[in-house]
Ligand binder design. Structure first.
Ligand SMILES: [Zn+2]
Ligand SMILES: [Zn+2]
Ligand SMILES: [Zn+2]
Length: 277
């Protein structure tokens, strides 16, 4: 399974939209892996995880043909993970010869309600007909094409049931833990009780130097969660562990962060990073 990080920042991006802090100015000067856009990932060439406003930039920067996308798995409806306005341009006036005739958004009840009650009715009927939204309940494996998707409960955005995802394809399994603070016990119990073993974990590391707060984690929390998952047999010696979703307030640019994360056996994501599992 090919997994690509398209955007690896927290909500405001890094450099942040309007910020003049030292870490944003250092990132502007350094460029490369220190430029982080809003949170999104891709599986193969036909699945996106989340749909921020930077989706168009991700397509251009990575030479992606988004007409091939069949499914978009949405974790929650914060704007850095779900901003559907560009779906207007999936209409026949704006795009042609789509590789996938349809695109299906999948997620929690809030996603389902926003799409079906508000956003899709605002589109022209010919555009609307190519786009659908599907609700999946937590802890219920559901098949989408070659992928089996299981929503697990995050600890994030209290006004909706934010999801983190367990995703399987061809015997390979990944855990996508964005966005979340320390997940509720029922999420750990699901993985433990179903004897899930994962090949790759992407951890919320928004705060880096500080700890679990406001529905996000820091570096030592990621280490704790990795160790908890290892104690349950979910994470094993062959698991690739990557930290992701960084705030400019976190206090470290890519090189320093990589040196710190290496001490704990963790890799650091960057925009465009590919993980083959
Ligand atoms: Zn986020
Ligand atoms: Zn800043
Ligand atoms: Zn969020």
């Amino acid at each position: 399974m090919k997994f690509t990080y398209l955007g690896t920042a927290a909500a405001e991006g890094w450099p942040a939209v309007f910020c003049n802090c030292d870490f944003c100015n250092k990132a502007r000067k350094a460029g490369g892996k220190d430029i982080r856009t809003r949170s999104q990932a891709m599986l193969g060439d036909d699945v996106l995880i989340d749909f921020p406003g930077d989706t168009y930039h991700h397509a251009v920067a990575n030479s992606l043909n988004l007409s091939a996308v069949k499914y978009v798995f949405i974790t929650h409806t914060h704007s850095d993970h779900f901003l559907p306005d560009d779906l207007e341009f999936r209409g026949s006036c704006f795009g042609h010869n789509f590789i996938s005739p349809t695109i299906e958004f999948v997620g929690n009840e809030m996603l389902y309600q926003i799409m079906n009650n508000k956003f899709l009715p605002s589109l022209e009927s010919s555009t609307r007909g190519n786009i659908s939204a599907t609700y999946i309940p937590p802890f219920t494996p559901t098949i989408f094409g070659d992928y089996t998707l299981t929503a697990l409960k995050a600890q994030h955005k209290p006004d909706e049931t934010a999801y983190v995802y367990l995703i399987e394809k061809n015997g390979k399994t990944l855990l996508y833990l964005h966005d979340t603070g320390l997940m509720p016990e029922e999420t750990f119990a699901y993985l433990r009780d179903n004897k899930i073993k994962v090949d790759f974990v992407s951890y919320d590391c928004t705060h880096v130097l500080t700890r679990n707060k406001n529905g996000h984690l820091g570096l030592l929390d990621c280490v704790d969660i990795r160790n908890m998952l290892a104690a349950d047999g979910v994470v094993h010696d062959g698991t690739v562990n990557v930290i992701n979703h960084f705030s400019h307030n976190c206090g470290m640019l890519y090189d320093d962060l990589t040196a710190e994360a290496e001490k704990y056996g963790l890799l650091v994501s960057y925009d465009g990073m590919v993980i083959n599992i």
